[in-house]
Every structure is written in C-alpha cells, then in structure tokens.
Design a binder for this molecule. Structure first.
Ligand code: BMA
Length: 338
C-alpha cells in the first residue's frame, strides 16, 4: 500500500456501519466489588462456551480528579453468557508489582488451538515492556515472554501463519522518529511465543489520514474470507481543543481504525478505511472520564451471524461495546485501497 498524503484530521465522525450498544457502558467501576475508580481497556474472547473479559482497574478517588488514579493498576476478570451482561469476579486476577515492576495494564486475549493467551503491558523502572502469558483458569498466569523496552499494545493472531505465531506490536521509537510520538505498528513472528523475530513495519502513522501523532494495535485480528480484519487505534492532537478530561494537560483524541491483512501474508495490508470506524461522540466517550475523547479497542469477536462485537475502553473510565456486520467492515477496508 502506498503512503496516503496529505494528512487529513479535522472533523472525525464514526462510520454509519457501526452501532453503539444501547447498554453502554457495559462495564463500570460500580460493578467491580473491590473499588477501582476506573475500569477500561479490556481484552475479550470466547473461551469454553463463555465470553471472558479481562479489564484494567485503576485506583484513586474518582470523585476528586486532582488525585492521580494510576498509582496502582491491576487486571480484573468477568464472565458472560451473551457478551453484554458481565459477572465480575470478586478479586483482581493479575497483579504485577514488585521492586522493578510498577504496574500491569491494557490486557488483550486470544484463543489459539484451544488455549487462552493474555498480552499485557508492564511499566517497570527501566522501561515499558509487552508480555505474553497463558492461562487456563484466569487465576494463574504463566508468563511466556516479556519484550525489551519500550514496547506495548501487543496482540496475538488467533492462528499460526505458515507454522509460526504472529503478533502486532507498537515499539516506542522516540529518538529515531524526531523525539515525538511518531509511533507505528509492527508485525513479528515466533515459533514458540517466546522468541520473536522477523519484525517488519506494518502500518506507519503517516499512512493513517486520521492520525497526526501515533497509532497502535487494538484488538487481536479476526479471520474473514477476505483477510484478517484488524482494528487499530489512531491518535491526533489538536491544541485548540484545550484540556480534555481530569488530567491536567490531556489534548489527544483516540479513534479506532480498521484494516484488512492478507491471510497468508499478514504483513501485507489488503485495504484500510481512510476514515475512522469509531470516533468519540457518545457522552461516555467525550465527558467525565480520566482522559476524554479516548476510544481504545481491545477485543473483537466475530459471531456466526456475521455480527462483529468490538469492545473498547471509553474516556479511560468505562468499557463499551459497538457492533457492525462483518461484510460492512470488510467493504469499508476494501473501499480504502489506494
Ligand atoms: C495510551 C495507553 C492507554 C490509554 C491511552 C489514552 O498511551 O496508556 O492505556 O487508554 O493512552 O490515555
């Protein structure tokens, strides 16, 4: 795919093919019994006949936004029969915190050959790392690999491709990209989920017409007959928007984009929508959050009916669901071929 120029930001609206679920937000801090101030950025999969959601808990005082809510962060788990109403488990399922690790956050779930894998980000005193773990019960997690810093937003494909596991990832190329957030999405493979290599640039921030800051992987890709349907997040900054949420200086907006990757060569982009799939518009996306104007997808499920469920954190505060038909999403991507 060639580079799309020039950058076009301005007014960004959600695609008409996508619908927000009427129950939104589908998970809020009030539903979580151990008192987080914010629950968001979940990974979701179908495993052993249930929907499973692993979500991020941030603590602090939601009533007093002058308090930083991030001083501890851990992961919680919930189960569901319909992917809409959630039975939240009484305790967090993963806490990573020691003299080196500050916190774990932004989980994604992928089932491969019947086993459930968790990708997660870890802040350490020596950089941000991306981890991969496997679990059978969502109580114990066996950590298989941790990347070198700085890297995060890892997602695993649900199948091996050409015999290898495949992941998308987002290294933080600070010095080499001009000292700013010019971060891109990369693709790597592995024979065993531990050793990763063959890394290639998949999608650069300047190829996304609705980003002027950075991009990153969102939900694990889903197989369709036309290619791997793949969500990503895209970030733009518009200083004129002013402060945007609880945080003192938050001026970014996070939208969701969608692209299609070749089934046999997922390092090749078959098509990409030139417009965002989801842009912040609903009340729970644009107001009252820790960081308003944030849509951060982490889970995508293709149902037998053709409905695609897309789960996303809204305003770094709550978890939401949007749906679309798979054919419409594929068509959006293919229309975007350049
Ligand atoms: C990113 C991550 C996400 C978060 C987003 C918006 O850099 O930290 O966890 O949702 O910023 O704040």
């Amino acid at each position: 795919m060639s580079i799309i120029l020039p950058e076009r930001i301005g007014e960004l609206v959600s695609s008409s093919v996508v619908a927000r679920h009427p129950n939104n937000p589908i998970l809020t801090p009030e539903q979580v019994p151990y008192g987080p101030a914010l629950v968001f950025n979940a990974g979701v999969c179908k495993y052993n006949g249930k929907y499973v959601m692993v979500f991020r808990n941030d603590y602090g005082n939601a009533a007093d936004y002058t308090l930083e809510p991030h001083h501890t962060t851990n992961l919680g788990v919930a189960f569901s029969d319909d992917g809409i109403r959630w039975d939240v488990q009484p305790e967090p399922c993963l806490k990573l915190h020691d003299e080196e690790i500050v916190r774990v956050y932004d989980p994604r779930l992928t089932v491969i050959d019947g086993r459930c894998y968790l990708c997660f980000a870890v802040d350490t005193h020596h950089g941000i790392r991306g981890g991969i773990a496997v679990t059978e019960d969502f109580r114990t997690f066996d950590i298989l690999s941790m990347s070198a810093p700085d890297n995060r937003n890892m997602v695993l494909f649900p199948e091996r491709v050409d015999g290898n596991f495949v992941r998308l990832e987002r290294p933080f190329t600070v010095y080499s990209r001009g000292g700013k957030d010019r971060f891109d999405t990369w693709i790597s493979d592995s024979p065993d989920l531990k050793y990763w290599g063959n890394s290639k640039l998949l999608l650069a921030v300047e190829q996304v017409p609705f980003a002027n800051d950075k991009i990153g992987p969102a939900a694990p890709p889903v197989r369709t007959k036309h290619g791997w349907l793949t969500l990503f997040h895209a970030v733009d900054i518009d200083a004129s928007r002013g402060k945007n949420g609880w945080e003192d200086s938050w001026k970014k907006r996070y939208t969701a984009g969608i692209m299609l990757l070749d089934l046999e060569r997922p390092d090749i982009i078959v098509g990409m929508s030139r417009d965002p799939l989801l842009a912040p518009e609903a009340s729970y996306e644009i107001a009252g959050g820790f960081r308003d104007h944030v849509i951060f997808p982490g889970g995508m499920i293709l149902e037998d009916s053709g409905e695609v469920k897309m789960y996303y954190g809204a305003a770094d505060a709550v978890e939401c669901l949007a749906t679309a038909h798979v054919d419409d999403l594929v068509a959006l991507c293919l229309k975007g071929i350049v």
